[in-house]
Design a binder for this molecule. Structure first.
Ligand SMILES: Cc1ncc(COP(=O)(O)O)c(C=O)c1O
Length: 412
């Protein structure tokens, strides 16, 4: 069976339109972009989203039965592909055995196995599990405050770490739009420095939070040696270095983790998205010394949540990590990414590494819309939407990527 796009209706089709109309009746209007409306404000023609019905590998079928190719991996989540049979089986088995345990009070074996696995892979001994990327960021910020005793946080221009209050407080990406209404509630602890630029003094800074390669901020790779200098500066100042690898982790950039490219080891490491290829689970891993600053639980966990280390998410994460290793997908990300970057260079400057790539184009919104009309899902990224962001499942096939290149050649 072909895995290329197959369109049987216009996009969005009648069923998608009907669902989006129903959604608009019930969801907070700030959530789902009615693209027609957004497009109007930008002065371009655009359409509403298609509604996803099912997915497999790098394919998504919408509710009208159109087969699409997902070049986002669903925001970077489906690392080993959507609905990988081994990940699904692990989730189903756990669901049938024990869907929920009791967080910090009564653990279950999958949570323990996942923490062991993450420690083995990252070299960081202790972890705090969460349900979303921003949970991992909150856990890291709290841990750094406890370990350093200092309130100050240094983060970077265009950095994105999620939209919960703690993460919002350290946002660089479109700060005015996302954090503006809440600025009175966010505290004064943040300083922002240019990503990849000169480092400011770290006096009063307890945590330095950075994406080793920025994702949503525009697929920006810092200059060689910059992360090492950041490490040295943190060591000298006694600040805790946090790498947010929620986007870049688990093979996305052609290394298991992006920090391994330069051998710069952070004190705390935030993971999420592709960790389980489809379950909302995340982790903040850390050096023993830093995590131990919390002290032992006195009977009431100082940091926890109802769904801490959700057993189904843990089982799916364990399976997804095993698939990543068994199918050699980190290497695939490296080689396929290098090939794709070379092909894309015919259309404009290319940023990124592995299968985290950004193609600079004069009008990425138009490119995204016209790709969708040809059955390819890709979104813009960057403060000015300056790149078309490509983060496909690491299992995407060569014909699917060739199809993208042909489509780009046609529309550019
Ligand atoms: C680097 C990075 N950190 C944190 C987050 C927030 O993760 P979540 O949306 O799961 O809270 C994201 C999400 O895009 C991200 O890209």
């Amino acid at each position: 069976m072909s895995d290329l796009p197959e369109l049987i209706t216009e996009l969005p089709g009648p069923a998608s339109r009907a669902w989006v109309d129903r959604l608009a009746q019930r969801e907070c209007p700030a959530i789902t972009a009615r693209r027609a409306r957004r497009a109007q404000s930008l002065g371009v023609a655009d359409t509403d989203p298609v509604v996803w019905d099912r997915a497999l590998g790098a394919n998504v079928w919408d509710v009208d039965g159109n087969r699409l190719v997902d070049l986002t991996a669903g925001f970077g989540v489906a690392a080993v592909g959507h609905r990988h049979p081994r990940v699904v089986a692990a989730g189903q088995e756990q669901l049938a055995r024990l869907p929920h345990a009791m967080g910090d009070a009564f653990p279950d074996p999958r949570r323990i196995e996942l923490l062991e696995r993450l420690a083995e892979l990252t070299g960081l001994d202790h972890g705090i599990l969460g349900s979303s990327g921003s949970d991992a960021v909150e856990a890291a910020l709290k841990t750094a405050r406890v370990a350093s005793g200092l309130d100050g946080v240094l983060a970077f221009s265009a950095g994105y770490h999620g939209l919960s209050y703690g993460a919002l407080g350290v946002l660089g990406y479109k700060r005015e739009a996302f954090a503006g209404p809440f600025s009175g509630q966010l505290g004064e602890h943040l300083s922002l420095a240019p990503f990849g630029g000169p480092l400011p003094s770290l006096q009063g800074i307890g945590a330095v939070l950075v994406e080793p390669i920025q994702g949503r901020g525009g697929v920006r790779v810092p200059p060689p040696g910059w992360l090492s200098r950041l490490r040295e500066a943190c060591d000298q100042a006694g600040a805790v270095l946090i790498f947010d690898e929620i986007y870049t982790g688990f093979g996305r950039t052609g290394g298991l983790f992006a920090f391994q490219h330069e051998g710069v080891v952070p004190d705390l490491l935030c993971l999420g998205k592709g960790m389980a290829s489809g379950s909302p689970i995340s982790a903040c891993m850390g050096r023993a010394e830093v995590m131990q600053a919390w002290g032992a639980s006195q009977g009431e966990a100082l940091h926890t949540q109802t769904f801490l280390g959700h057993p189904v998410g843990c089982a799916m994460a364990l399976a997804s990590i095993q698939v990543l290793l068994d199918e050699d997908l980190v290497e695939r990300s490296r080689t396929l990414g290098a090939w794709l970057a070379q092909e894309l260079a015919a259309f404009g400057p290319v940023r990124g590494r592995g299968l985290l790539l950004g193609l600079e184009l004069p009008d990425t919104l138009r490119a995204s819309r016209e790709l969708l009309q040809r059955g390819y899902i890709a979104l813009p990224a960057g403060q000015q939407a300056e790149v078309l962001c490509l983060t496909p499942p690491l299992t995407i096939s060569e014909p699917q990527l060739q199809g993208l290149i042909d489509a780009l050649a046609e529309l550019l």
